[in-house]
Design a protein around this ligand. Structure first.
Ligand code: ZN
Length: 364
C-alpha cells in the first residue's frame, strides 16, 4: 500500500511539473487511483474485522465478551487480560447513538458469554436497545455508575447525558462492575481481575490528573469549547472548569450545534446561537469529531466568517463517541482522551479578546 501511495505522490508531482494537453486525463487517472486506494483500504479493514469476528466466534477456552463501544471494550480487555476474548460491536467510524443491529450481530449476541455496554441511553438504536434490554448477559456500566453516584450524572432537558467516559475519574468508577462481572463468570481468575482493575484505576486517575493539570494551564478565559455535538459536558466539568466553579458557570464552557446525539439537523436559530456564543467568549476555533460529519461546523464557520468573526476549524479531529482506528494516537481509551487534551491545549491558547482583535486586523 505504501508503494501505491508513493506512486500516487510521484504521479502528482509529475502532473504539476508538466502542464499539458493531457492534464485533464491525468486528473481522471489520479482520481481513479485514489478511489482504488480507498477501496483497497476499506477492503483491508473489512477483512481484518471479519477475521477478528471469525476468531472470536470460535471456541478457544476464553470467555467471549462483546462490548458495544471501544471505550467500554478497552477497559474490559485490560481487566480480563488473556482469559477473555473481547469484540467491539460498533466500529470507530460509526455512531453509537444510532447503531442498529446488522447481519451477523444476532449471532454475536447469542455467542457472547458476557456483554458490556455504556447504557444511560447511549445505545438507543431500537434493535440494539431491545437486544441489550432482553439479554440477561448484558451489563450497563453507565447505569451501574449512576446508581452508585447519582449526583455525578448530568441531565439536559430531561435526557440523560450518556458521555460519561469523557471524564476519566467518572469512567474509572465503572472498573469494579467489570471486575465483578468477569469474576462471577470466571471465579478461578477473580484475583487477577481484581489486581488488573486496581492497576487500571490507578492509571486512569493518574491520567485524569495529568489532563486536568495540562488544561488548567490555559488561562480560564480561553477555556471555551465548541465541537460538533454535545459530547463534552463531562469533559468540560472535569477539565475546563475552574476549581469550585458553579454548575451555571462551567456549563457555559462548552457548546455544540448538534444535541446529545449527532443528527446533522441545524436550524438557522441553532447556527445563530453558536455564532453568538463564539462572539461572546472570543472563541476562534471549532473542533470536528472523528466520527461525526463536519457539515455543521463548516456551516457555522462560513456563516460566522461572513458576519465578521475570524473562525477556523481544527485540522485534527477530537475523539468523542469513538476511539481512533488501530495504529492511531487514539487507539486506546487513555490515548484518546490524552489526544483530545493535547489538541485542545494547543488550540485553545488562540482564543481571547486580544487574539481575536489581532486576527481581525490581519484579515482586513
Ligand atoms: Zn455522542
Amino acid at each position: 500500500m505504501k508503494t501505491i501511495k508513493k506512486n500516487l505522490t510521484q504521479r502528482r508531482r509529475g502532473a504539476k511539473a508538466q502542464k499539458s494537453f493531457f492534464a485533464p486525463l491525468r486528473l481522471c487517472v489520479e482520481n481513479f487511483f485514489c478511489m482504488l486506494l480507498a477501496l483497497v483500504i476499506v477492503a483491508c479493514e473489512t477483512s481484518s474485522h471479519q477475521k477478528a469476528t471469525k476468531q472470536w466466534m470460535a471456541d478457544d477456552g476464553r470467555l467471549k465478551v462483546l462490548s458495544t463501544t471501544g471505550m467500554v471494550g478497552d477497559l474490559v480487555k485490560t481487566i480480563g487480560g488473556s482469559h477473555i476474548d473481547n469484540l467491539v460491536l460498533i466500529g470507530e467510524d460509526l455512531n453509537p447513538h444510532a447503531y442498529q443491529l446488522v447481519k451477523g450481530d444476532d449471532e454475536k449476541f447469542a455467542r457472547a458469554d458476557l456483554i458490556f455496554y455504556n447504557g444511560l441511553n447511549l445505545e438507543h438504536g431500537p434493535s440494539l436497545q431491545a437486544a441489550l434490554r432482553n439479554s440477561p448477559k448484558a451489563v450497563a456500566l453507565g447505569n451501574s455508575i449512576m446508581e452508585a453516584n447519582p449526583g455525578l450524572i448530568l441531565h439536559y432537558d430531561g435526557q440523560l447525558d450518556p458521555h460519561i467516559w469523557m471524564d476519566m475519574s467518572l469512567w474509572a468508577k465503572g472498573v469494579p462492575f467489570i471486575v465483578q462481572a468477569l469474576s462471577q463468570a470466571m471465579p478461578l481468575h477473580a484475583k487477577e481481575f481484581v489486581a488488573n482493575g486496581e492497576q487500571l484505576k490507578t492509571e486512569m486517575l493518574s491520567a485524569h490528573q495529568k489532563v486536568h493539570d495540562q488544561l488548567q494551564k490555559i488561562p480560564s478565559h480561553k477555556r471555551y469549547l465548541v465541537t460538533s455535538h454535545d459530547a463534552f459536558n463531562y469533559f468540560a466539568r472535569a477539565y475546563l472548569a475552574d476549581q469550585n466553579e458553579s454548575d451555571e458557570a462551567w456549563q457555559k464552557r462548552f457548546k455544540a450545534p448538534e444535541g446529545l446525539a449527532p443528527d446533522s439537523q441545524l436550524s438557522a436559530a441553532d447556527i445563530q446561537g453558536i455564532i453568538d456564543y463564539l462572539d461572546k467568549y472570543d472563541i476562534m476555533v471549532l473542533f470536528p469529531e472523528s466520527n461525526v460529519s463536519k457539515d455543521s461546523i463548516r456551516k457555522i464557520v462560513s456563516a460566522g466568517n461572513e458576519k465578521g468573526l475570524v473562525l477556523t476549524i481544527a485540522t485534527e479531529p477530537l475523539y468523542a463517541d469513538a476511539m481512533g482506528p488501530p495504529g492511531s494516537d487514539g487507539d486506546t481509551y487513555l490515548k484518546m482522551i490524552e489526544h483530545d487534551a493535547k489538541i485542545l491545549a494547543s488550540y485553545l491558547q488562540g482564543n481571547g479578546k486580544e487574539e481575536r482583535e489581532t486576527a481581525l486586523n490581519a484579515s482586513r
